[in-house]
Design a protein around this ligand. Structure first.
Ligand SMILES: Cc1cc2nc3c(=O)[nH]c(=O)nc-3n(C[C@H](O)[C@H](O)[C@H](O)COP(=O)(O)OP(=O)(O)OC[C@H]3O[C@@H](n4cnc5c(N)ncnc54)[C@H](O)[C@@H]3O)c2cc1C
Ligand code: SF4
Length: 443
């Protein structure tokens, strides 16, 4: 395999992780926007979880009103620039474009969206400001897409907002998890700085909320608390040998990649365990870091993978090979990973069953477990009356995001169990409105 040499410098890293949706120049944006048919009852709007008026912003780009286009986008989605680059547009807005019915290339909605918002960010266009102070305060735990979007909306409604973030940078998985060939750290952080300046919320970094005492302090000092904590670390597999060096969780591996770029160590032969989008990302990323062989191992068949088809195609395109209907039994090695013992599987009545006597060892020097993220139950259990469903998701009102403890609201991965940036952003805007409705009742 080895389609990529191991990058040893920032330029080499950026070459291996070149942007899948590069920035459009003005000519490209004018040409692409001119292709839009401005459909009545546009399907792209319905397919966008944040309901952006896509034909409207495309028309604005086409008539030279790029700032107006950025406003249209941001009014619906505070992560407008990031979403233009990281949304799975193939299954959302672009997948719904009527051009698909004619087997023609859909409008590049995501790139147009990033074109307009990037210009607004770079030119520091003043599109929004905080609403007149209403004398009320909201605490937000987590500065990911959910937390930051809630902060923007609450500021526009006149609330004082303090965000408490465990990590050193804002945007959650947008900067710590999304594949670097979708968006660069600089681009993510520029949008965060822009939003913070527009709306004036305060973020306290390196400030995890972990104890009942800290929660009590928030409950006493704030009128409402928004939980935008997302999910946790990679789920353990509980396999013998899992503790061996070079057997790592995908979320932890990708976080390192996002922060350390070419200084991230990767094996020569990597086995990625899992069949979801994170597994596809980890496999593609390993290949782009210069691994000679990358195998994606999944316990069911190829068609049953949870990942989007285009994400699997992307991984195959960089040389990743699939190994299907196998389940890991043991991580082999002597201190360090030397292979994975698998057993072949068959699916009977929808259940994966091991096939006796079919064990084999696939040698490798690194294992990446892409087996889902754990829920942050330790924190959630410290909140009195907070209901959590059987899958570890916070139970909350669909429309308002209010939890079963009326002072707490939530949205994003912690509530939906793990979706996309656009979902977290859209749901948080609604939850901020829910907080406003709750705190305005009886005034
Ligand atoms: C590997 C990977 C790749 C992905 N790729 C894409 C993609 O390409 N496109 C896409 O649209 N979506 C992608 N997603 C999904 C997307 O990133 C999430 O749906 C989205 O970030 C969820 O936003 P959130 O705010 O709910 O949670 P998060 O982004 O997880 O943010 C939660 C924030 O809360 C902070 N926090 C947690 N606990 C505490 C605490 N106790 N105190 C203080 N702060 C705390 C965290 O540090 C974090 O900053 C990906 C996810 C993963 C794991
Ligand atoms: S936010 Fe995402 S899904 Fe919605 S229009 Fe933009 S790129 Fe498409």
């Amino acid at each position: 395999m080895a389609e990529y040499n191991t990058p040893t410098s920032e330029p080499e890293f950026h070459a291996n992780f070149a942007q899948l949706k590069p920035r459009m120049n003005r000519t490209e944006a004018l040409f692409e926007s001119s292709r839009c048919l401005f459909c009545f009852d546009a399907p792209c709007i319905k397919a966008c979880p944040s309901g952006i008026d896509v034909p409207q912003f495309i028309r604005q780009i086409n008539t030279g009103n790029t700032t107006g286009a950025a406003r249209t986008i941001y009014e619906a989605n505070y992560f407008g620039n990031a979403c233009g680059k990281v949304c799975p547009t193939e299954v959302l807005c672009e997948g719904a474009c009527v051009y698909n019915l004619q087997d023609m290339k859909p409008i590049e909605i995501g790139r147009l969206q990033s074109f307009a918002t990037r210009e607004a960010i770079e030119q520091d266009k003043k599109l929004f400001s905080a609403g007149p102070p209403n004398g009320r305060k909201v605490a937000i735990i987590g500065a990911g897409p959910a937390g930051v979007s809630a902060a923007c909306e609450l500021r526009s409604l006149g609330y004082e907002v303090d965000v408490f973030e465990a990590k050193a940078q804002p945007s959650g998985l947008t900067v710590y998890g999304v594949a670097p060939y979708k968006i660069t750290n600089e681009e993510v952080l520029a949008e965060m700085a822009y939003l913070e300046a527009q709306f004036g919320f305060r973020v306290q970094y390196n400030q995890p909320i972990t104890s009942r005492r800290e929660l009590e302090a928030l409950e006493e000092s704030y009128d409402a608390v928004f939980l935008g904590i997302g999910l946790g670390l990679t789920n353990p597999l509980h396999l013998p040998g899992e503790e061996r060096a070079n057997c790592v969780g995908a979320v932890e591996f990708i976080e390192q990649l996002r922060q350390r770029h070419h200084q991230t160590a990767v094996g020569r032969k990597v086995i990625v365990l899992g069949g979801g989008n994170t597994a596809m990302d980890a496999a593609s990323e390993s290949a782009r870091l210069g691994a000679e062989d990358v195998i994606l191992a999944y316990r069911r068949g190829k068609e049953e993978m949870g990942a989007y088809e285009f994400e699997y195609d992307l991984a195959k395109g960089v040389g990743v090979k699939g190994l299907f209907n196998v389940a890991p039994v043991e991580i082999m090695g002597n201190g360090k990973v030397e292979g994975v013992k698998f057993i072949r599987t068959a699916t009977l009545n929808g259940q994966v069953q091991p096939v006796a006597g079919t064990e084999f060892v696939e040698p490798c020097d690194m294992v990446i477990k892409a087996t889902g993220q754990a829920k942050q139950l330790h924190l959630l259990r410290l909140i009195p009356g907070l209901q959590i469903d059987g899958k570890g998701r916070i139970v909350a009102d669909e429309r308002t995001g209010q939890t079963t403890n009326p002072k707490y609201f939530t949205s994003g991965d912690a509530r939906n169990g793990g979706a996309e940036v656009v979902n977290a952003s859209a749901e948080a805007k609604a939850a901020a409105r829910g907080i406003h409705e709750y705190l305005s009742a009886g005034l």
